[in-house]
Design a protein. Structure first.
Ligand SMILES: [Zn+2]
Length: 206
């Protein structure tokens, strides 16, 4: 639920008329969901803005959590104040970033927009993406989230289930593959080191 919104940043280059893409690394996605769940504490909705450089609006590089911008906004639903937007625009200016999407949690499995979600876009800019996460952020599976692209005039295009992959691209290997890659790199380094001269002499153990 959102009770307030404000105009989009002038610099936002919305992808009006075509389907936008959002790229997040798998690590950033899991970190984002963990943080949303933590802030919601299993009892209330939480949310964040996803930020990107203006030259590469598809690559999410930073996350601004609603309750960092407006500490009083997590009211069970979300009541984001104008002062929170002032903080957001200041942050964007300072870092040279723009808002490309927002994400918020719902209790239960429903990831369609509420009437309030649909009629009060957090950013009223065509091409803006609103992501809804089920189970107050405790289910990080990307295919469970709802992805809604703003078309202007309170019209949205929704992508549900694995259809959301046409917008939401979670890139990169899972954490277990990262761990496997790190282990194999360590083995390779050890193997190379074992073949190097030690203190001017060659190891004789081989
Ligand atoms: Zn909602």
């Amino acid at each position: 639920m959102h009770s307030k919104h404000s105009p989009a940043p002038a610099a936002l280059q919305a992808a009006a008329g075509r389907t936008p893409e959002l790229h997040l690394t798998r690590e950033r996605w899991h970190c984002l969901l963990r943080e949303l769940a933590r802030r919601g504490a299993g009892t209330r909705e939480s949310g964040a803005f996803l930020l990107a450089h203006m030259s590469r609006p598809q690559d999410v590089v930073e996350v601004a959590y609603y309750d960092d911008l407006d500490p009083a906004c997590l009211t069970g639903g979300i009541t984001f104040a104008g002062t929170g937007y002032s903080q957001l625009w200041a942050l964007c200016r300072a870092r040279g970033l723009t808002v490309v999407a927002d994400i918020h949690t719902h209790p239960g499995v429903g990831v369609r927009q509420s009437r309030i979600d649909a009629t009060n876009p957090m950013i009223s800019q065509p091409g803006h993406v609103a992501i809804i996460v089920p189970d107050l952020g405790r289910s990080p599976e990307p295919d469970l989230v709802g992805v809604h692209v703003y078309a202007g005039g309170h019209h949205w295009t929704s992508y549900l289930g694995n259809c959301n992959r046409s917008v939401l691209k979670i890139d990169g290997p899972g954490r277990s593959s990262v761990r496997r890659a790190a282990q194999s790199l360590r083995r390779a380094i050890t193997a190379v080191r074992d073949r190097l001269p030690v203190h001017g002499a060659h190891r004789s153990s081989r």
